[in-house]
Design a protein around this ligand. Structure first.
Ligand SMILES: NC(=O)c1ccc[n+]([C@@H]2O[C@H](COP(=O)([O-])OP(=O)(O)OC[C@H]3O[C@@H](n4cnc5c(N)ncnc54)[C@H](O)[C@@H]3O)[C@@H](O)[C@H]2O)c1
Length: 251
């Protein structure tokens, strides 16, 4: 390919999305940065010589993808990153909270991917969806979030099977604890931060760029026989369950 491949990153103006945008731009991608806030989106797009696309992903998926393809002329990758955490115990959850979580975290992903499919099929491109370790491990007051993210993992597998013959790969990333605005209330508390950090086998909280480099791998030809997978990027944290059990002293 002589021209730069083009990728659309939703929620790309902050947090993990921004890390993904920066790593992909570094690796030679032309990045279309989607987000809600016009100033932030324009700033991030300018820093990577990319293209801003201000839109709410829940509103009109066909128009969003049409605008993206019009602005860059082609589409080789889609990173469905935008997501929200909705906190509510399941016995007190409101219908509007369920709708918001599913609309942003799963429904928009499904409609954007559907609209992007013909373009990705033409270019032999691929999709990366943002799941979470919460897809496989319940968390206090995060029930609806976990359900949406389990949906992302199932949707990723399903789309990989349905779209493989169209030459489109679909994979997901399940971040663990990554320092972004989404979880900043936790990380501003020094004691909480330290307790969380100490629970990660690799001994630290992750960075948005560490999600970006896995997205770059999944979008690249290095992963050209990988489809339907969710890679947990969590420093090993999601495998620590049994290690928290009290054990007898070794002989
Ligand atoms: N931070 C973590 O520890 C963590 C862990 C697991 C999974 N994730 C997932 O990673 C993804 C990114 O999370 P983050 O921590 O960077 O979040 P964040 O809140 O820091 O950033 C999310 C970005 O998405 C944008 N966004 C939200 N709703 C949107 C909409 N309707 N249309 C367009 N843009 C929208 C926001 O404006 C924001 O810029 C999410 O899907 C999240 O569920 C994050």
């Amino acid at each position: 390919m002589t021209e730069r491949p083009v990728v659309l990153v939703t929620g790309g103006a902050d947090g993990i999305g921004r890390g993904i945008v920066e790593v992909l731009a570094d690796r030679g991608w032309k990045v279309i940065v989607n987000d809600l806030n016009a100033d932030k989106t324009a700033k991030v797009a300018a820093t990577v010589n990319g293209l801003p696309l201000v839109a709410d992903i829940t509103e009109d998926a066909a128009k969003l993808i049409e605008d993206a393809v019009k602005s860059a002329g082609r589409l080789d990758g889609l990173v469905n990153n935008a997501g929200v955490i909705v906190r509510a115990p399941l016995d007190a959850i409101e219908p509007a909270q369920i709708d918001r979580a599913f609309d942003i975290n799963l429904r928009a992903m499904m409609l954007l991917s559907k609209e992007a499919l013909p373009h990705l099929s033409k270019s032999g491109g691929s999709i990366v969806n943002l799941a979470s370790i919460a897809a496989v491990a319940p968390q206090n007051t995060g029930g609806v979030y976990s359900a949406t993210k389990a949906g992302v993992v199932a949707y990723t597998r399903q789309a990989a099977v349905e779209w493989g013959h169209k030459n489109v790969r679909v994979n997901a990333i399940g971040p663990g604890m990554i320092r972004t605005a989404m979880a900043e209330v936790i990380y501003q508390d020094a004691e909480l931060y330290e307790k969380r950090r100490a629970m990660v086998p690799l001994g630290r909280i992750g960075t948005p760029e560490e999600i970006g480099s896995v997205a770059a791998f999944l979008l690249s030809d290095d992963a050209k026989y990988v489809s339907g997978q969710t890679i947990m990027v969590d420093g090993g944290f999601s495998h620590t369950l049994i290690s928290h059990l009290p054990q007898p002293e070794p002989d």
